[in-house]
Design a protein around this ligand. Structure first.
Ligand SMILES: [Zn+2]
Ligand SMILES: [Zn+2]
Length: 201
């Protein structure tokens, strides 16, 4: 029988890029949950904590609700806490970690529990305050049902991949290709409207 000696670990750090600001983080196993600068909403959108769509006071109230609902933390009379008391309870150290012992009962970690499933109400993506480019791309493809046509157009219009990338970089610049595209997408919109008469005003 062979025996492995030494530290064996299957976990490895990889990069996570915030979809809202492109900030790059090193996270374990590609999972942003648990990173002290990141949070994840109940619909699994992950981003920097600074993008949370709530004021500091609102966030304190959401934290209070989380403690009340989960019943695993022993915080007496939290229902009657004023803002000052809430601030004290949810005070964080310089690393963004909560310090009050009552938030770490029975192996439960408020940091991880709260920030790995924040309510959709305060997620900037769930509330449509910001729509990630990847979702916009999917929407365009779905709405205009033109994926194959788009691929065909890209192949026809650009001699090299470099030309294609250069075109993508030239924002807001009307070119012959833009005009062609507008013509095609207008036709496609009309086609879509015909097929979905109830959705178009
Ligand atoms: Zn960010
Ligand atoms: Zn979300």
């Amino acid at each position: 029988m062979k025996t492995r000696i030494g530290f064996v670990s299957n976990s490895s750090s990889s990069s996570f890029i915030c979809p809202l600001c492109d900030a790059d983080y090193s996270v374990m196993d590609g999972d942003p949950k648990g990173h002290f600068s990141l949070c994840t909403c109940e619909n699994n959108h992950s981003f920097c904590k600074k993008h949370i769509a709530a004021t500091e006071v609102e966030l304190l109230e959401y934290m209070r609700k989380h403690v009340q609902k989960s019943e695993i933390y022993d915080v007496e009379n939290i229902d009657s806490f004023g803002i000052k008391k809430l601030e004290k309870l949810f005070k964080m150290d310089q690393y963004g970690k909560f310090t009050d012992k009552r938030l770490f009962s029975n192996g439960h970690n408020f940091n991880l529990n709260f920030y790995s499933s924040i309510p959709a109400d305060i997620c900037p993506i769930c509330t449509f305050q910001i729509i990630p480019q990847s979702d916009i791309n999917c929407y365009i493809l779905k709405k205009f049902k033109k994926r194959d046509e788009i691929i065909e157009e890209i192949r026809k219009k650009f001699k090299t991949y470099k030309d294609f990338k250069n075109f993508l970089k030239e924002e807001n610049k009307e070119t012959e290709i833009d005009e062609q595209w507008n013509k095609i997408s207008k036709l496609s919109r009309e086609h879509w409207a015909k097929e979905n008469p109830y959705n178009e005003n």
